[in-house]
Design a protein around this ligand. Structure first.
Ligand code: ADP
Length: 461
């Protein structure tokens, strides 16, 4: 569609990530940024600042084709909306992890209040031809708040995380309100067909009473809307270029020298319980146990910067992970070899892509993930002449596309170990063949295709 499109794009997400060198960004930020960089438009959301009093004016800044419009939030509301309902109710629920799930009515009330506040601050900047694209679970009710205020422009919603089946969803006391809110959009987008099927199943439950039409539209709560799959992709060429450009920088040289010809297994994730990091460490431990020849010959480097610090479960998994790394290193280390290098910090995108290219294996084993862009970036960063192999969890969206990766169930330690061994030993001709087919898939569903398809769907009644 390109920058000359008639309509202006307004992307809205909880957090606006004004790009900064060396800062780590989540999958959502990477996606929204690429979409806006191509299409041009406004990125609206929270500034990252909270205030004790009434939040101040909306702030605007510009970088190239993107205008950033940010708002501050009241500190108490933010705590209940973000750490409370978004991250202690919705995040675990949507990742099928009811063991971490909790619910408080007051937090849900704050969540609705913050969404209404987003709507109030957004309305003055809207123009009649705008296309409004709302991102992720923090903002389920935003479309409904905008409609209530009389907004008639097309509004789309994309869920970056999984959508659970009805029996998981109904653990949430206000699940009907959430489904009702989603019916206010013109288009509701998901990462994979499985997420869409769950959503269709929820909407057509007898107590919800929705109807699925032959063309895929759904009628529920008195509205008819589209529900479709838009797997988020990456900028394949950009990843390749960045990986090549940084492959010989000083840090990569130091990494290369320190490996002393050992094969590198790389893991890169936000420190989150959905990423299955402790299980991953244990899977690597099982590799060392079951395949003794790997001892001293492979190095597993896990990069995992802390997120949501101060939230109890996150501090807890950080502690558990440090313990597991220490334990495995203590058990297997040799005077000149440390099996696991665990780096508890973020790295620049430039360095990450180059490290991916250096790694013989990309170990990506979330226990639940909407897509997982790291898996795609790992594949895109490889040298086609001598590519590394992704070992990928069956329980993430990326596994629906990267079917030629070595697929493992992250709960099965022995399975992860066997998958690692298979990747380590994979002959060059096979590595080249699976890499070529995976790259073709990544190109077909790249970030530009994702943007284009969503905007096309939103622009067509
Ligand atoms: P999530 O959105 O759950 O964090 P994804 O794998 O979909 O998971 O996206 C993560 C994005 O953030 C990727 O683009 C990845 O390169 C980036 N990223 C993850 N960890 C780091 C890190 N330690 N430093 C810099 N960028 C990171």
């Amino acid at each position: 569609m390109g920058g000359s499109a008639v309509s202006r794009l307004i992307a809205i997400s909880n957090r606006v990530a004004v790009p900064k060198a060396g800062k780590s960004a989540g999958g959502l930020a990477v996606g929204v940024l690429s979409a806006l960089a191509e299409h041009g438009g406004i990125w609206f959301g929270w500034s990252g600042k909270t205030t004790e009093t009434e939040p101040s004016e909306t702030k605007r800044s510009r970088s190239g084709k993107i205008e950033f419009v940010t708002i501050d939030l009241n500190a108490d509301d933010f705590e209940a909306y973000y750490n409370g309902f978004s991250n202690n109710s919705l995040w675990p629920l949507l990742h099928f992890m009811l063991g971490y799930f909790s619910f408080r009515r007051s937090q849900y009330a704050a969540y609705c209040r913050v969404n209404e506040f987003f709507a109030r601050r957004l309305i003055p900047i809207l123009e009649p031809d705008d296309l409004i694209w709302v991102h992720d679970y923090h903002l389920f009710p935003l479309g409904a708040s905008l409609r209530q205020a009389g907004v008639v422009q097309p509004i789309g919603f994309f869920l970056h995380v999984p959508f659970p089946n009805f029996d998981v969803l109904r653990a949430l006391p206000c699940y009907t309100q959430i489904l009702n809110a989603l019916a206010a959009y013109n288009v509701v987008g998901f990462q994979t067909d499985r997420d869409l099927w769950s959503f269709q199943d929820c909407m057509t439950q007898p107590e919800i009473g929705g109807r699925l039409h032959d063309d895929g539209r759904i009628t529920a709560f008195g509205r008819t809307f589209k529900a479709e799959v838009f797997p988020i992709g990456i900028d394949v060429e950009e990843c390749q270029r960045v990986a090549v450009e940084n492959f010989e920088n000083e840090e990569l040289m130091r990494l290369g020298a320190s490996l002393e010809n050992r094969k590198l297994i790389i893991g890169v994730d936000r420190l989150d319980y959905s990423k299955g990091l402790e299980l991953r460490f244990r899977g690597f431990e099982t590799l060392l146990e079951s395949y003794p020849a790997t001892r001293g010959c492979v190095t597993f480097m896990q990069i995992a910067p802390p997120t949501r610090a101060g939230v109890r479960t996150y501090d807890q998994i950080r502690g558990e992970l440090e313990k597991a790394a220490g334990n495995i290193n203590g058990r297997f280390a040799q005077i000149d070899w440390m099996p696991i290098r665990y780096l508890n910090r973020g790295y620049s995108r430039e360095l990450l892509m180059a490290i991916f290219r250096r790694a013989a294996v990309g170990l990506v084993t979330p226990i639940r993930d909407g897509m997982n862009l790291v898996a795609k970036e790992y594949v895109a960063s490889q040298d086609p002449k001598d590519p590394g192999v992704p070992v990928l969890s069956t329980l993430c969206g990326a596994a629906r596309e990267l079917t030629d990766a070595v697929l493992v169930n992250p709960f099965d330690r022995q399975g992860v170990a066997d998958g690692l061994q298979k990747a380590i030993e994979m002959p060059l001709h096979e590595r080249r063949a699976i890499h070529a087919s995976m790259i073709a898939t990544l190109r077909k569903n790249d970030i530009h295709a994702w943007t284009r398809r969503f905007i096309e769907s939103l622009s067509t009644p």
